[in-house]
Design a binder for this molecule. Structure first.
Ligand code: NAD
Ligand code: MG
Length: 397
């Protein structure tokens, strides 16, 4: 391949955990990449620092009040600045061949679609945007000729394992889960878990929202839905397997019962490097996998009773018609409420379930046909979740 060609890249959510890992890979080969655009939510200082280091052409913060701060921080550098939601979309619309979508939450949907619509190669870390959008995200990518590369470790593993067989011969996929900090906890203890306990992930260092989702296993629920949309799989074709060491990330079973797995140290720079190098491979900085030192890989069935968020994800997929959008929106509201100390940990899944039930009862189910549809459902589901919040907060488990 043309290793000498300079590639224009954009990182949406550059100041986050995935953004940080992505910038680390770009940093390792400065003459191979030209940074077109970088974005952040509010972290002007972090964004300006990256813009200077990588000589970015354009930077944007989502908070419209921070434009002056950003301009001041980048005065005299030649980097163009923007602020507000539309500036984040502008960043995604600019001509980069490769875009990392690493905004946290459904807020990343419109920017990701802007990159998709111009036919870019999009490394997708932002699973909530796919879960919010439903079926039409991949359809739209196909229409625009965009290439979606899964950056989420499990889905990247499936993507790599799928390469060894034909899609028609696939029987099922298995995504692994560490089980999070509450893997061995009793329900009553999970119910009362504190924020500090939820933020102590055993294997991965990640942003706050996904770390809480990992503790509730809502993250695995989002990933089941993500796998369904990415690879056009039915709910029955997707299994979750608890694997506390997080060494095997995903497996694909083919018709002859061959199971192909992808392994690696739990370091997001490996799947991101795969996306950055694809269809070739680049040198990754993660630690070499030393299985003799790890000694054993263990597996457990997931417990849908202690982790109802996982069960609800399958329910949402089977319901379809916007239910996964509602699942994601309610979870975003619930996680924010838990961080703010308004609800107990155990109430996260209860709020999601109550919001989904209310949604179904109200007869609002309908196929999503556009981004606006998805965003409308997302907004109404957030409102509904906010309305249900006080009663869920008051109720003991
Ligand atoms: P993070 O919170 O560390 O970073 C999020 C980034 O998005 C930051 O740059 C932040 O400034 C920006 N952002 C947040 N809200 C925004 C908004 N409303 N508008 C515009 N920008 C906004 O999160 P993260 O851990 O890097 O995760 C990012 C995405 O990648 C999530 O969807 C997450 O589920 C997914 N993911 C993360 C990991 C991981 O290891 N961290 C692994 C797999 C998937
Ligand atoms: Mg993952």
């Amino acid at each position: 391949a043309a290793a000498s060609a300079v590639r224009a890249v954009t990182v949406l959510g550059a100041t986050g955990s995935i953004g940080d890992s992505t910038m680390d890979l770009l940093r390792a080969s400065p003459d191979r990449y030209q940074v077109e655009a970088l974005t952040a939510n509010t972290n002007v200082v972090g964004l300006a620092k990256l813009a200077k280091e990588f000589d970015a052409r354009f930077v944007a913060v989502a908070d419209p009040n921070l434009l002056e701060d950003l301009e001041d921080a980048l005065a005299g550098t030649g980097t163009e600045c923007g602020a507000g939601e539309s500036a984040i979309i502008d960043a995604a619309s600019r001509p980069a061949d490769w875009v990392m979508a690493a905004v946290s939450g459904a807020a990343g949907l419109k920017p990701a679609l802007a990159a998709v619509d111009r036919g870019a190669t999009v490394a997708l870390a932002n699973k909530e945007c796919l879960v919010c959008a439903g079926d039409f995200f991949m359809e739209r990518a196909a229409k625009a000729g965009a290439c979606i590369l899964p950056a989420d470790s499990e889905h990247n593993a499936l993507f790599q394992a799928l390469g060894s067989g034909n899609r028609e011969e696939l029987v099922r996929v298995i995504i692994t889960a560490s089980g999070g900090p509450f893997r061995t906890w009793a329900s009553a203890d999970i119910e009362q878990a504190t924020l500090a306990q939820a933020l102590k992930h055993p294997n991965w260092s990640m942003g706050q929202k996904i770390t809480i989702d990992s503790a509730s296993m809502m993250n695995k629920g989002l990933e089941v839905i993500e796998a369904s949309y990415l690879f056009a799989l039915a709910p029955d074709e997707i299994d979750v397997l608890v694997h506390p060491q997080s060494i095997i990330h995903g497996m694909v079973e083919f018709s002859d019962r061959s199971v192909v797995a992808q392994l690696g140290a739990p370091d997001m720079r490996t799947p991101i490097a795969h996306c950055l190098g694809w269809p070739d491979r680049i040198v990754g900085p993660a630690a070499k996998l030393d299985l003799a030192k790890i000694g054993q890989l263990t597996f457990e069935a997931p417990d849908f009773g202690r982790f109802p968020g996982l069960r609800l994800a399958y329910d949402a997929l089977r319901t379809g018609n916007g239910a996964t959008t509602v699942y994601n929106a309610a979870n975003e509201v619930a996680v924010a409420a838990f961080i703010a100390g308004k609800i107990r940990f155990g109430a996260i899944a209860r709020l999601v379930e109550a919001t989904m039930d209310a949604w179904i009862r109200s007869g609002n189910l309908a196929p999503l046909t556009s981004a606006d549809d998805a965003i409308d459902v997302d907004h109404s589901a957030r409102n509904r979740a906010a309305t249900l919040l006080p009663q869920i907060a008051a109720k003991a488990s």
